[in-house]
Design a protein around this ligand. Structure first.
Ligand code: G6P
Length: 594
């Protein structure tokens, strides 16, 4: 969480920093600020969004600077707690993403040595420590300061006296953008895509000194070479492209995402991940760990893999994973994380590696921390996802899971050939769903008046009930809960009634009859029912108050079309309620704290 940026070159730093911060707001947006060096350090910050800062900030002349957009951890969102933070002299400014665990004791120590603090943040100890250790070399002072700091950080340091940026990372992402006579630093690639697609990812423990013409990185005091990568995302992918919100644009990109993933994976001769090794190594089960929407993709993955490969799959929320038992010896672990930076997912990978379990990461971000700590990485081809609410990354994760399971399936050739055909038709089926949004709009208007909603599904669509509820609550602020349809009656029925709509996901598979029974039970308690059902399903029209028709696909692929309907339902409901869809309150896209 929190986005940080740095610039040094020939341009005025302020517009570059503000533009880049705007592209990083998905990492946090409760306050923001910039510092520019031009003789002295000039800081402008406030508890506002970047667009407001752009309007209000005075011209801070200078060609080097740093910026920050915040997701509060230590200290409420306020002008004083916003970054950058400075030392006592105001000559050293720091932006930081991460958490300093021992900041209380460091702060007490620094206060006893005469330092004055103005914020409640953990970050403020860093510029004061740099001031304390400064002895003519900024990088040496940064190194000394970080030596006494415990926790996670990506920092960019700017000093009035030196024409450079000093940067460092530990457990928080940081990427350098390389260009002609200018250099960029940012938490994430979209921030710098306007200027360059040549990047270097810092490793944990690295300290970098960046000038406009030179980049020098050291680790444990020794100069190191870090590989340059080329980013294939383009700037347009990180722009709204005429849509009202990134979320809507990203929902509409899903046919392309599915196509890109199919091209990437179904046409390769050799599998990217050798699951054959599973058999050679006697792997008997699969463990999938993830958070948030990726966790829901993992739950769908359980159905897909168990059905097609026939091995048992356990799915756990990454933050709850603490299992060190011997049974992991014969387990293949898969960690799904869109950003590749989620602290809980990374911690789970490290724990798994600690017990010598082989870990495959499924992530969307090339060079992300997950890709560097896992044994193998499969990249989803979703392109940059900016909206805080995950949409296209979920679909891309499902595509990878289908591909993995189909590659090692024990199903007969006829079924697999049928599935391959089904996979190839998915982009046009999803497009159909996107083109027929009128009923969804109507349902969204209806739903927007309520404050409590249940989502129910069965089998492979049970995780979709969870995902539908998550999407609705995170962007429309309507309280929503996802349930296995059969479970709703065990307690939650007490809440049903005419003010509690129920969204029922009805697939044409072995769960169909039971779903109809569940819908009748719900109707008997007077709850309005909105059903998602296949085209041609006339029975459902007699039961439900509204029916959102979804294109017919093989039941195993039904989550892909259903999720698009649920995403649109959440989107239009939130729009109806006037919510800030791309940047919901209190949330951030990349959660880099535990
Ligand atoms: C945050 C985001 C969610 C996302 C979750 C896991 O909470 O707001 O949209 O699903 O993190 O993120 P990951 O990058 O690990 O998939």
């Amino acid at each position: 969480m929190c986005g940080i940026v740095g610039y040094i070159g020939d341009k005025q730093a302020q517009p570059v920093l503000l533009g880049s911060l705007g592209r990083l707001e998905y990492r946090g947006y409760d306050s923001c600020g910039i510092a520019v060096a031009g003789g002295s350090i000039k800081v402008y910050k406030d508890a506002v969004r970047v667009a407001t800062l752009v309007q209000r900030a005075p011209q801070l002349g200078g060609t080097a600077g740093i910026g920050h957009t915040r997701w509060a951890t230590c200290g409420e969102p306020s002008q004083l707690n916003a970054h950058p933070h400075c030392d006592c002299t105001g000559n050293i400014a720091v932006v930081h993403n991460g958490v300093i665990n021992n900041f209380q004791s460091l702060r007490q120590q620094l206060i006893s040595e005469g330092h004055t603090f103005v914020s409640d943040t953990d970050t403020e100890v860093i510029p004061h420590l740099i001031e304390k250790y400064y002895n003519g070399s900024l990088e040496k002072a940064v190194e000394a300061a970080l030596n006494v700091v415990e926790g996670s950080y990506a920092v960019i340091v700017l000093a009035a006296s030196e024409p450079k940026l000093v940067i460092a990372r530990k457990d928080s992402p940081l990427v350098i953008g390389i260009s002609d006579r200018e250099s960029f630093v940012a938490s994430d690639v979209p921030a710098i895509l306007d200027y360059t697609n040549r990047v270097i990812y810092l490793e944990d423990g690295d300290i970098g000194v960046i000038t406009k013409n030179n980049i020098r990185i050291t680790s444990d005091g020794t100069e190191v070479d870090r590989e340059e990568h080329k980013i294939f995302w383009n700037v347009e992918e990180a722009r709204k492209g005429g849509y009202d919100h990134f979320m809507l644009k990203e929902i509409h990109e899903q046919p392309k995402v599915i196509r890109d993933t199919l091209v990437e994976y179904t046409q390769v001769a050799e599998p990217v991940v050798d699951l054959e090794r599973m058999r050679d190594e006697g792997i008997e089960s699969v463990l999938i760990l993830a958070c948030g929407t990726s966790y829901h993709a993992a739950l769908v993955g359980k159905y897909i893999i168990e059905d097609l490969v026939g091995v048992p799959v356990r799915v756990e929320i990454a933050s709850e994973f603490s299992y060190y038992g011997r049974t992991l010896a014969r387990t293949l672990a898969i960690v799904i994380t869109q950003s590749g930076e989620t602290a809980d997912a990374l911690k789970a990978i490290r724990r798994l590696k600690g017990v010598r379990c082989r870990v495959v990461a499924i992530t969307n971000v090339v060079g992300s921390s997950a890709s560097r700590v896992a044994d193998q990485t499969i990249y989803t081809r979703a392109g940059p996802e900016i909206s805080v609410a995950a949409t296209k990354s979920f679909t891309a994760q499902l595509m990878v899971l289908y591909w993995l399971a189909m590659g090692y399936s024990k199903a007969d050739a006829r079924r697999l050939a049928g599935m391959l055909l089904g996979l190839r038709q998915l982009p046009s089926k999803v497009q159909l769903m996107l083109d027929n949004g009128d009923t969804i709009l109507q349902c969204a208007r209806y739903l927007s008046r309520y404050e409590n909603v249940f989502f129910i599904g069965r089998g492979i669509n049970f995780p979709l009930a969870l995902e539908g509820a998550l999407k609705l609550k995170e962007i429309s602020y309507i309280h929503a809960e996802g349930y296995a349809a059969g479970e709703l009656k065990h307690g939650s029925f007490a809440l049903l009634g005419e003010n509690t709509p129920v969204i029922a996901i009805v697939a044409q598979d072995s769960t169909y009859e039971a779903m109809l029974t569940n819908i009748k039970e719900v109707k008997a308690r007077k709850s309005p029912v909105i059903a998602l059902a296949d085209e041609g399903d006339e029975t459902i029209r007699e039961l439900a108050d509204f029916v959102i028709t979804v294109p017919r696909v093989d039941a195993i692929f039904s989550p892909v079309v259903n999720v698009v309907a649920l995403q649109l339902l959440a989107y239009y409901t939130a729009k109806e309620r006037g919510c800030p869809i791309d940047f919901p309150r209190n949330l951030a896209k990349s959660v880099t704290v535990e």
